[in-house]
Ligand binder design. Structure first.
Ligand code: GUN
Ligand code: ZN
Length: 434
């Protein structure tokens, strides 16, 4: 097969380490006039255009962007497909919000045609916001996950998803049983896990909506197939935490419920974790588990302020999540805008390079995919973005006042959104053009 080699010339920036571990300056690479070379869906070189251009064949196709920044594709470590139609639902906190808005909206996914329609909208929305990989909750219906993976496979996206397991404390029309949930998971895993760039995640919604029997079966599934993910929610809301204590009085807190059923590990992602204590962060870190920080959702649902410095102290893997529809935007740029404010309210800082890390390499590490995505290192998947400095009149004017890449990056994260994403590439193919 002939090589399909292409090159992209622009300013190029990627995160290569956690600023909390190596300091800001060693955490990124920036090429003011950079070149990204792609061979057959993978990155083959990145560096200064002046160094790389002479090494390439004279007839290589080079796309040259002015006033633009190439970054890795963004990684959303927590989002709900069947909540696309209920973003911005008024007035409730978590438990009432679930009953009033979420469950009725998710019930529509019993219909495969509806699931197909929303999966298409959802994937377009991810790509136009520059998100190339997401860890996705389906609904309780297997067809929600089939619809999502069918659409993701057509575009050769690297995506992770699973059907919700929920066998109590939810309306009858939206529950499975331990046995049916287990069998449905097995069928989905066998159809999708490891197919192309797709991965499967066992997805018990949260401790209150699964019986001990179902949580045990979730743990059993993890043992039955290699490299499965598990995703769930934890310690998001104070009422929720009290409810978990009442439902599992024999366990020593919320995390201990999941620990008991063997749900902690290197491919375990726990969403929110707003009210985790020191010991729980230590246990999560010790088991290699990750937390998805979901600032727009935590603010919108009044859940609280995530303590990122505490997670850093424990070297806990943290990714960024939009948590649509509890979250209010598909844009990880806008999610970082809110993350900055969440840190400000706690008297802490969030540097633009830590933000870049969270949205790219940090997310990749949370998902144990840093050898494939999250940076522009040669050998990794060619999932990348072109951000447009002139996306809006205000952005254009504001960026002309920026003196360096740190300021530019921070302004992109404060003013940027889907309009800022000029193009999105996945496995070297353009999958979004603004
Ligand atoms: N906890 C249990 N289910 C959900 C959900 O759908 N969204 C959020 N934000 N928290 C949850
Ligand atoms: Zn969620």
């Amino acid at each position: 097969m002939p090589l399909t080699r292409k090159a992209y010339r622009a300013a190029i920036l990627h995160s290569i380490a956690d600023p909390a571990e190596v300091g800001i300056e060693a955490s990124y690479e920036y090429f003011e006039d950079g070149l990204l070379v792609i061979d057959n869906g993978r990155i083959s070189a990145v560096g200064h255009a002046g160094d790389l251009l002479p090494t390439l064949p004279a007839d290589i196709e080079v796309t040259h962007y002015q006033d633009a920044l190439i970054t890795p594709g963004l990684i959303d470590t927590h989002i709900h497909l069947p909540q696309t139609g209920m973003v911005g639902a008024y007035g409730e906190q978590l438990l009432d919000w679930l009953n009033t808005y979420t469950f009725p909206c998710e019930s529509q996914f019993a219909d495969k045609a509806h699931a197909d329609e929303v999966a298409d909208i959802f994937i377009k929305e991810l790509l136009r916001n520059g998100t190339t990989t997401a860890l996705v909750f389906g609904s309780v219906h297997p067809q929600s996950v089939n619809a999502f993976f069918e659409a993701a496979e057509k575009l050769d996206l690297r995506m992770i998803a699973g059907k919700v397991m929920m066998d109590r404390n939810a309306p009858d029309y939206l529950t499975d049983t331990p046995e049916s949930g287990y069998q449905e998971n097995k069928a989905l895993i066998e159809r999708w896990h490891g197919k192309g760039r797709l991965h499967y995640a066992v997805t018990p919604r949260f401790a209150p909506t699964s019986t001990p029997e179902q949580l045990a079966l979730a743990g059993q599934l993890l043992g039955e197939y290699p490299d499965l993910y598990i995703q769930t929610h934890i310690s998001e809301n104070k009422q929720e935490i009290e409810w978990v204590k009442a439902l599992f009085p024999e366990r020593n807190g919320y995390l201990d419920v999941y620990d008991h059923y063997k749900l902690l590990g290197e491919r375990s992602v726990f969403a929110h974790g707003v009210h985790l204590c020191d010991d729980e962060c230590a246990r999560l870190a010790e088991t290699g588990s990750a937390v998805a920080f979901c600032p727009t959702s935590n603010l919108f649902l009044g859940s609280g302020l995530f303590n990122l410095p505490m997670a850093e102290k424990h070297k806990l893997n943290v990714g960024l999540g939009t948590d649509v529809g509890g979250g209010t935007s598909f844009s990880l740029l806008q999610t970082l805008n809110e993350a900055y404010k969440v840190m400000q309210l706690q008297g802490a800082r969030l540097s633009p390079f830590k933000s870049l890390y969270l949205a790219t390499l940090g997310g990749a590490r949370a998902l144990r995919l840093e050898d494939r995505i999250g940076t522009l290192h040669p050998g990794t998947d060619a999932d990348f973005l072109v951000l447009d400095y002139n996306a809006t009149p205000l952005l254009s004017y504001r960026l002309k006042q920026a003196n360096n890449i740190a300021e530019t990056l921070f302004v992109l994260m404060t003013l940027g959104d889907d309009r800022t994403v000029l193009q999105t590439y996945a496995a070297g193919q353009r999958v979004h053009q603004r």
